[in-house]
Design a binder for this molecule. Structure first.
Ligand code: XLS
Ligand code: NI
Ligand code: NI
Length: 437
């Protein structure tokens, strides 16, 4: 097959002074940072859905994207042709991973048997390309939100047949993910939520969701799939309330239903924003509980309150993210997965390269800045000092469990008033952060 991007050769690192828009200025995959290569820190992954299936459509109009290799048909031939193009792009970008939904790579057939057969055919092509290029599958997932049958949800539907269909979809997708060596398996609960509590049995739906996840864990064990299970929190869109609304809600659900040993979280920047949190918050909250699994790298638009899934280009954001990934011991076996799309106006194939190069560079720069911040240790020193009253005396007694209300009252009656508070120095610290950028 002729190259889809003949005008683009392998994207190279040319350094910060490069003026070549088809080169990396920061992403130098073999550069060592904190004893590990950039490639191993970042574990970049390209998504199949936005990059190879995105058309640029929005609620106000149809797609605009020009994709000369794609005839737009739901044929198997077209799906296989797309696989070749996908791997050409991923290889030229030098990303080590990719991720897909079952329905991104393979169209549905007339019935489940046929659908599964088509999936196997496309999976064969994916495997060939993985072997040819060395590119690996970061995660697979089943799309259980696009087809009309999932209108009331998948695992949280009111229709038991739909639950069964969803189970069959995940079973098949787990088998294919295993066959392709996928290192994780993701659940984003597209329609697992509600629009109206007047028609919803909240408890029953959430119980069903937990049952569904336990079935997935059992089946993975049965077939020997050892990849990490991940849940991807998102508060709204498409439903007005998603059950996996943010990291705290997911972790509470997993703990309540005895699923925490089997799941971690896949955190997405734009979802954190929609939940009213910063990505840094979601990462730290999840990381402190040992549940940080992977990230979907993107960003929203400050002027738009929806999941615009734009490519991240803001160094401040990527530095905050990388600070958290380094703090919590890295992202493997997860990765930095570009769940991001070129905007409707960027409709030419070459825009796919500009977008990914910018995102990869932003994360590489963020990694370098985060490592510099950590090397000097100013923030750590400040935070340590801020809590130093808990290192000895009454603070140490509180932390060690020696103190109780009575002993603390005795202490305070004696002392009369607290030691003076110290400034939080927020502006000082924000200025310090900018010094590294
Ligand atoms: C949608 C989600 C989705 C998941 C995979 O908002 O981000 O793309 O990552 O189902
Ligand atoms: Ni996502
Ligand atoms: Ni999203």
């Amino acid at each position: 097959m002729a190259a889809a991007f003949p005008e683009v050769s392998k994207i190279k690192y040319e350094g910060p002074s490069s003026r070549n828009p088809l080169a990396f200025r920061w992403y130098n995959e073999s550069e060592m940072i904190e004893g590990k290569s950039m490639k191993d820190h970042l574990r970049f992954s390209i998504v199949y859905w936005h990059t190879f299936r995105g058309t640029g459509s929005d609620p106000f109009g149809p797609g605009t994207a020009i994709r000369p290799w794609d005839d737009g048909s739901p044929s198997v031939e077209n799906a296989v042709k797309r696989v070749r193009v996908a791997f050409e792009l991923i290889e030229k970008l030098g990303a080590p991973y990719y991720a897909f939904h079952d329905r991104d790579v393979a169209p549905e057939g007339a019935n489940l048997t046929e659908t599964n057969k088509i999936f196997d055919t496309v999976a064969k092509a994916l495997k060939e390309e993985q072997q040819r290029t060395g590119i690996k599958l970061l995660w697979g997932t089943a799309n259980m939100f696009s087809h009309p049958r999932f209108m009331h949800g998948a695992a949280t539907t009111c229709n038991a047949d739909v639950f069964a269909f969803a189970a069959a979809s995940v079973k098949k997708c787990l088998e294919v993910t295993k066959e392709l060596g996928g290192e994780n398996y993701v659940f984003w609960g597209g329609r697992e939520g509600y629009q109206n509590l007047f028609n919803t049995d909240l408890k029953r739906e959430i119980d069903h969701l937990a049952k569904f996840f336990h079935m997935a864990v059992d089946y993975a064990k049965k077939i020997g799939f050892t990849g990490q299970f991940l849940i991807e929190p998102k508060p709204k869109e498409p439903t007005k309330h998603q059950y996996d609304s943010d990291a705290a809600a997911c972790l509470n659900f997993l703990r309540a239903y005895d699923l925490l040993p089997h799941f971690k979280l896949n955190l997405e920047t734009n979802h954190a924003t929609l939940a009213g949190h910063t990505m840094m918050h979601e990462l730290d909250y999840t990381g402190m509980q040992g549940a940080l699994g992977s990230i979907d790298a993107n960003t929203g638009d400050v002027m738009l309150g929806w999941d615009t899934d734009q490519f991240p280009t803001n160094y401040y954001l990527t530095t905050e993210i990388m600070l958290m990934l380094l703090k919590h011991g890295g992202i493997a076996p997860g990765g930095v997965n570009f769940d991001a799309k070129v905007r409707r106006e960027s409709f030419e194939p070459i825009d796919l390269f500009y977008a990914h190069i910018g995102g990869m560079d932003a994360f590489a720069k963020g990694l370098k800045v985060a490592a510099a911040i950590r090397a000097e240790g100013e923030f750590d020193k400040f935070v340590k000092e801020r809590y130093s009253s808990f290192d000895s005396g009454v603070g140490a007694e509180i932390e060690s469990g020696k103190a109780d209300f009575t002993s603390l009252e005795t202490y305070m009656l004696q002392k009369g008033e607290v030691s003076p508070n110290k400034s939080g120095r927020q502006e000082y610290l924000e200025n310090l952060f900018n010094r590294y950028l």
